[in-house]
Design a protein around this ligand. Structure first.
Ligand code: ATP
Length: 357
């Protein structure tokens, strides 16, 4: 492997201009990605956007068509010619299907990466027990995987991935085979564990809540590109592209016009927002009204139509539309509202985003 000794402590992963094509189809387009040590980045995107392909290139399970990649200062990918094998990368991996060996005990499964590194038996076992304790499975060390639940098997895979405290752990939709409640709990635990151990990780998921629970930064992948990478709060408050706002379902997108005197107007939605004057060049524009920017107000400037009124036990959630079209806007209330009635909403102009065409 080519050894790049400079910056070894500053880089967990650096991908530069990675591309991947299968035949004539390009599935990754010029991916740049940087992870500092101890950082957790989620790759979030719809099915087919290239998340798993990028992760498999980082794991050494797939070669890139072009570009470079370094892990902990070592070059592991250089164009299509050089692709270091997975075992030479020193990374931990957790997959959707657990990938633990049924013929080995839980303890031996977890100790396996240490055996590959030729550690002595007592040292291996002590470290494997510590890793199992960390994931709450110390009492199951002597059991075999076939006797464990799905959630427990995934904890074994997690313990095995962290036992050698690798410079990078790769997760490929690790929770998607588990039921929702278990998923939420385990996502929180994985996030906490990674932070306690100071491990760097790339975490592939198509579940927003999971990505936001686990990651310091979330890379939204669309159509083979990283459309935006930011902290979860920044993605919501300042999506850089319409497509990112749409994918994250942040709120309603309204098409209209911006002009210097009148601000933003949309005749179809009977909407006029003078405060947006000067926020972007004059001309056709699209604004994003985030869910967090609206609240019911009798004097409100936006008249939204109630498309659905959903009882949620402790409150009602109104699903709102404009001109008979669903918008993605929702509004919690204490009182139910009739479907097709109109409610006035006040808009917090500071939270609006303008996307010029
Ligand atoms: N070995 C392959 N040969 C041809 N095309 C492939 C191959 N592997 C993946 N693809 C295609 O590359 C694209 C990206 O696939 P990838 O599995 O990376 O997507 P993904 O974002 O992880 O989706 P999902 O969330 O459904 O797993 C898809 O269109 C897929 O069909």
């Amino acid at each position: 492997m080519k050894d790049i000794t400079t910056e070894i402590d500053q880089i967990a992963l650096r991908a530069t201009q990675i591309t991947k094509s299968f035949g004539d189809t390009q599935v990754l387009r010029n991916i740049d990605l940087f992870l500092a040590p101890g950082e957790v980045v989620a790759l979030l995107g719809p099915s087919g956007c290239g998340k798993t392909t990028l992760l498999r290139i980082a794991a050494g399970l797939l070669s890139a068509s072009s570009g470079q990649m370094e892990i902990a200062g070592q070059c592991v990918v250089d164009g299509s010619e050089f692709n270091a094998p997975p075992e030479a990368r020193g990374i931990g991996m957790v997959f959707q299907d657990y990938a633990i060996w049924p013929h080995l005990s839980v303890l031996d499964n977890v100790a396996f990466p240490l055996r590959m590194r030729k550690l002595g038996r007592s040292d291996r076992e002590a470290r494997a027990r510590r890793a199992l304790d960390r994931v709450g499975l110390g009492h199951l060390a002597d059991r075999f995987p076939g006797t464990l639940s799905g959630g427990q098997q995934q904890r074994v895979a997690l313990a095995r991935a962290i036992v050698a405290e690798p410079p990078l752990v790769l997760f490929d939709e690790p929770l998607s085979n588990l039921d929702r409640e278990l998923r939420e709990g385990l996502a929180l635990e994985i996030g906490t564990l990674l932070r306690e151990l100071g491990l760097s990780a790339v975490y592939v998921t198509h579940d927003q809540a999971e990505a936001f629970t686990i990651a310091d930064r979330v890379a939204v992948m669309l159509n083979g590109e990283i459309a935006q990478i930011d902290a979860p709060e920044a993605l919501f408050s300042a999506p850089k592209r319409v497509e990112v706002a749409q994918f994250l379902n942040i709120g309603a997108l309204v098409d209209g016009r911006l002009c210097a005197s009148a601000g933003f107007t949309c005749a179809r939605a009977h909407l006029s927002l003078p405060s947006l004057a000067g926020k972007a060049p004059e001309g056709p524009a699209r604004i994003l009204i985030p869910r967090t920017a609206i609240r019911p107000d009798p004097q409100g400037e936006l008249k939204a139509q109630v498309m659905r009124c959903q009882f949620q036990g402790d409150r009602y959630l109104l699903h709102l539309g404009l001109n008979g079209e669903s918008t993605g806007l929702v509004c919690p209330t204490d009182q139910p509202a009739a479907v097709n009635s109109h409610i006035p909403l006040a808009i917090d102009a500071d939270r609006l985003r303008v996307f010029p065409y």
